[in-house]
Design a binder for this molecule. Sequence first.
Ligand SMILES: [Zn+2]
Ligand SMILES: [Zn+2]
Length: 211
Amino acid sequence: MAGTAVEGLTLGELETNCWIVSDGRGGPLVVIDPAGEPDVLIEALRGRAVSVVVLTHGHFDHLGAASAVLAATGAPLFVHSADAAAVTNAAANGGLVFGFDAVAPAPDRELEDGDVVAAGALRLEVLHTPGHTPGSICLYDADGGPHLFSGDTLFAGSVGRTDFPGGDAREMRASVGRLAALPAETLVHPGHGPDTTIAREARTNFFWPRA
Ligand SMILES: [Zn+2]
Ligand SMILES: [Zn+2]
């Protein structure tokens, strides 16, 4: 049975998960959050075609290898419009606070809710899930999984912090409520920490909406 192929790498000082995703039929790759350690990431790509690099949000710990990966692959960079300005600015992407100066190039395309990132037969739907940052997104693959790449919006047992600049706890509650409507069997690949499922979070996540 055909299904989406998902490879994970944990990269950089904040142990951020980078996801390398394809249609499982030899189609080109989508790289989600090229977090750091460009040599390791480019080696993992092994010369395979990269269709696009997508950031789940504009924080420095999710984009440290973006410039190197774009240069090595020629792929374009996609970021939600509300985080597009932050990625090029180490003051706005949170890096300077932690002593990092990582920036990405200006995005080639600004994403909006409902957009679809396609690569071969892979189709990732953009869910705008603000709260951690104004332009945080999750990428939802209904057909090949279902899979959800949840960035720093949803973690196993928790949700992303809302106390950074641009964070908003009320928006985060609404965003988690939206994810709660996804199929229970959806496999969730977060920006940090282990995978989970929507069903497991519904049972165990303190931040889950209560009926
Ligand atoms: Zn973040
Ligand atoms: Zn992060």
